[in-house]
Design a protein around this ligand. Sequence first.
Ligand code: SAH
Length: 215
Amino acid sequence: MSDDPAEGAERKMRFLFALRQRGVTDPRVLEAMERIDRGEFVRGLFEDRAYEDTPLPIPCGQTISQPSVVGLMTQALDVGPRDKVLEIGTGSGYQAAILSLLCRRVYTVDRHRRLVTEAEEIFRHFGLSNITTMVADGSRGLAEQAPFDRIMVTAAAEDPPGPLLAQLKIGGIMVVPVGQSDAVQTLIRVRRNENGFDYDELRQVRFVPLVEGLG
Ligand code: SAH
């Protein structure tokens, strides 16, 4: 990757333009995505494709999501500055880093220790001190920190996992891709109200599956 500042600025402009074109319009989300350099989260073979709007491989057979999907999911989560947010599926740490600029604290969980360790290093590099990481099976949620204002699931479940629904505050929002593991999935937004849950379908997506147990 070139360190030429003019080239870097141009690359960033193109990156943000592509996000806007695909519907990421919330200024707070765009600002967070401008600050968190995706290039830091993609290492090795695919490094020079970090600014393309495409998912890319990361270690442990997982993927860093497509930037526009990260933007649209973050926008759909409607995060506020006082929110306590749970993310299931740390992966590269990219999504957690963006969320951390928009809320009070992010708890992020992955079943692969290696991914969590590498993400922690990048969080330190960016000086992000409001992210708590955990190696755990996120399909059970994080009972000891529940309830949460917002829950973001970045791996596909067959149905919204029951323990996660139970750990959502009343008035809270969860965004989760739902469907069979290798088919097209539907991104769902769940809102908890006094009497139960409202669901709305946002768009088609494709995520790696939510797998039970540790990696
Ligand atoms: N949010 C990530 C992309 C996630 S890829 C990013 O910004 O880069 C999906 C991740 O979910 C993978 O890292 C995978 O290990 C994790 N995962 C799958 N099933 C899980 C489970 N039951 N508990 C915790 N993490 C899980």
